[in-house]
Ligand binder design. Structure first.
Ligand code: ADP
Length: 650
């Protein structure tokens, strides 16, 4: 029946993926079944969708997924009556790796994450997991709209080549036959396959069927929670299986469409794992039905762990939020249904009232969808709030994973800015009134505001490159001396976020290098007196530093350090300017204002230094140390080192 058999090499990347997948999935071998069933389920989804426009596609067979094995031949077969594939589609889908996500996966996987099986499913390498347990895989698809004679047979040992031929296939859909490796016999047992299906794929919305054992391999079945019912309607079986009767072994209903009361936490978690291709439990979920002029159901999950590509450009191809219309899967619509800063959310939205022939373009300007999107955002924020309130530990882990993503919402989602800000946590200097280890405890803006002493109307923060740099900022000294709490911000996104977060709960947010602690009369007088006393010193410094500074003045911020930088209201923090320049952006040079602590011994020494060259060294060192602590780059490190050495040698 084979007309011509053609042998082709895999695309180079496929060979790499195959190698990686087979070598990194050892501890999770069994997920091959989940991945194949998930592909089969997608194929059924696609057929159901296409059949709306062309009902004849559905004729002849209902939608189901059959799992069987043959002990003698040592094969496992997964067959679906879904959309199938044409010859070109097989080549495109299974012989090449189109998505750039997979490329990124490959690049990253060559590093230390090599063995992280958790990542694999997220990159569309699902099918290749078959080669973890099989040394030969045969795929026989026939596209639903093609004739019996136009079936395809794809075959490979997963080592660089595959063969393609045309075969006659009586039934539409796809059959995948795994020829197991010598030591994989454990999968040749009804009980094993069945428990894997119920563990990983119970929620699949189509019947997953297995042959009813006729005595020989009588199943010492473990408890399987689902109802058993013959899916029936078996017409035109492909004939490869000898077993006459098939029995559905999963519950085969759309989980989100069932009443909440009937769904256990375990059901929710196993649905999440398949949906999110995650091995871990979700942190939390929210399941809601909205009835009214527009009815829809949402089931949204917060993962506990960040997916691999969250921070690195995963933006262009976001998956994980599926749009169904009246139970029919329509498309992955994460971008249409949720804003970017909630891109970690996984789930399902099932709308009753959208037209089934809706296109992505249409979705982008659809008012109904806007409402659904608004509801999704609200649900997710509610869920995170609830987590923060009721489960502090889970919330802390969630915040660690996704806090920085959430921060993007401050700039992106003006309407919800205050709600999002409420959910963020920051390191803080604490106050002496706060618990023992003040540094690393994470505080909310509400905590901060609640601790503000009477008369303080500013939320103070400092930004830096790292926790240590933030905590060590000289600008904090006076705050510390006066027991004023300061938030320590050291994530790259913080500075950007703060550009949009000027206020919280009616209090201004301000960088410690920008504002000044309000001075009482005594302090103001003291500063004025110090400035007067330091007049000659200030002019000497200005003369020595020339146009490297905008101004030199006496600081009210310092108690211990000799100098620090002060920023004007619209100045960019020096560490950020450096980051942006490193990233190739044009950042205008700005002159800093140097603040000094005239009481410090170094300034007293400068005041009495008769040697002009030595005074110049000292002045520049005072500026340079202020720049270093602020995260600014040294314009001339070698000159700095020479200066420092001259000073050290006296
Ligand atoms: P993913 O499912 O994540 O896209 P896979 O490597 O598992 O990645 O599958 C690649 C593609 O091959 C799928 O996107 C789909 O187009 C096609 N495919 C796989 N299995 C089937 C199947 N049973 N029926 C139809 N198409 C399939």
């Amino acid at each position: 029946m084979t007309a011509t058999t053609e042998t082709r090499p895999f695309e180079a990347e496929v060979a790499q993926v195959l190698h990686l997948v087979t070598h990194s999935l050892y501890s999770h071998k069994e997920i091959f079944l989940r991945e194949l069933v998930s592909n089969a389920s997608d194929a059924c989804d696609k057929l159901r969708f296409e059949a709306i426009a062309d009902p004849t596609l559905m004729a002849g067979d209902d939608l189901h997924i059959d799992v069987s094995f043959d002990k003698d031949a040592r094969t496992i077969t997964v067959r679906d009556s879904g959309i199938g594939m044409s010859r070109d589609e097989v080549v495109a889908n299974i012989g090449t790796i189109a998505s750039s996500g997979t490329r990124r996966f490959l690049e990253a996987m060559s590093g230390e994450q090599k063995a992280d099986a958790r990542l694999i499913g997220q990159f569309g390498v699902g099918f290749y997991s078959a080669f973890v347990v099989a040394d030969r895989v045969v795929v026989r698809p026939r596209r639903a709209d093609l004739a019996e004679a136009e079936g395809v047979q794809w075959e490979s040992d997963g080592r660089g080549e595959y063969s393609l031929s045309q075969v006659a296939l009586p039934a539409r859909g796809t059959e995948v036959v795994l020829h197991l490796k010598p030591d994989e016999d454990e999968f040749l047992a009804a009980w094993t396959l069945r428990s894997l299906v119920t563990r990983y794929s119970d929620h699949v919305a189509f019947p997953i069927r297995m042959p009813v054992a006729d005595g020989a391999d009588a199943g010492d079945d473990a408890a399987s929670p689902d109802g058993v019912g013959d899916a029936g309607g078996d017409s035109g079986n492909a004939g490869e299986a000898t077993t006459p009767r098939w029995e559905a072994i999963n519950s085969a209903s759309a989980l989100w469409a069932r009443p909440k009361a009937e769904i256990s936490d375990e059901d929710y978690q196993s649905f999440y794992k398949a949906l999110g291709h995650d091995f871990n439990d979700a942190a939390a979920w929210t399941h809601n039905r909205v009835e009214g002029s527009q009815s829809f159901t949402t089931l949204l999950y917060l993962p506990a762990q960040p997916p691999f590509d969250l921070m690195m450009g995963g933006r262009d191809e976001r998956k994980g939020l599926k749009l169904y219309i009246k139970r029919v899967f329509v498309m992955d619509a994460a971008e249409e249904l949720l804003p970017n800063y909630l891109r970690f959310v996984r789930g399902v939205v099932d709308a009753d009232d959208l037209p089934l022939n809706v296109s992505r373009e249409l979705l982008q300007h659809n008012r109904q969808l806007d409402r659904i999107k608004g509801a999704c955002v609200k649900r997710v924020l509610d869920l995170i709030e609830k987590l923060a309130r009721d489960e502090p530990e889970t919330f802390a882990a969630f915040h660690k994973a996704f806090g920085n993503t959430l921060k993007e919402g401050i700039g992106e989602d003006h309407a919800n800015r205050e709600r999002i800000a409420k959910l963020l946590r920051f390191a803080s200097t604490g106050t002496t009134a706060a618990p023992a280890e003040p540094g690393r405890q994470m505080v909310s803006l509400d905590d901060y505001v609640a601790r503000m002493p009477e008369g303080q109307d500013t939320i103070w923060y400092v930004t830096a490159d790292s926790y240590a740099a933030a905590k060590g900022s000289p600008q904090l000294e006076a705050f510390r001396a006066r027991d004023v709490e300061v938030l320590l911000m050291f994530d790259r996104i913080d500075e950007w976020m703060l550009g949009s977060l000027r206020e919280y709960a009616g209090k201004r947010l301000q960088h410690v290098a920008k504002g000044e602690l309000p001075l009482d009369d005594a302090a103001r007088e003291a500063r004025d007196a110090a400035t007067t006393a330091a007049t000659p010193l200030l002019s000497r410094l200005k003369a020595l530093l020339g146009d490297r500074v905008a101004d030199v003045r006496v600081s009210t911020r310092l108690t211990d350090s000799p100098s620090c930088l002060a920023l004007a209201d619209h100045d960019m923090a020096p560490h950020l300017a450096r980051l942006l320049r490193e990233a190739g952006q044009d950042v205008p040079e700005s002159q800093a204002t140097l603040e000094i602590n005239p009481a410090h011994a170094l300034l007293q020494r400068l005041d009495t230094e008769a040697d002009d060259a030595r005074a110049a060294d000292l002045a520049l060192l005072l500026l340079e140390q202020a720049e270093i602590t602020a995260g600014a780059p040294l314009p001339d490190p070698a000159a700095f080192v020479q200066r420092m050495n001259r000073a050290l040698m006296g």
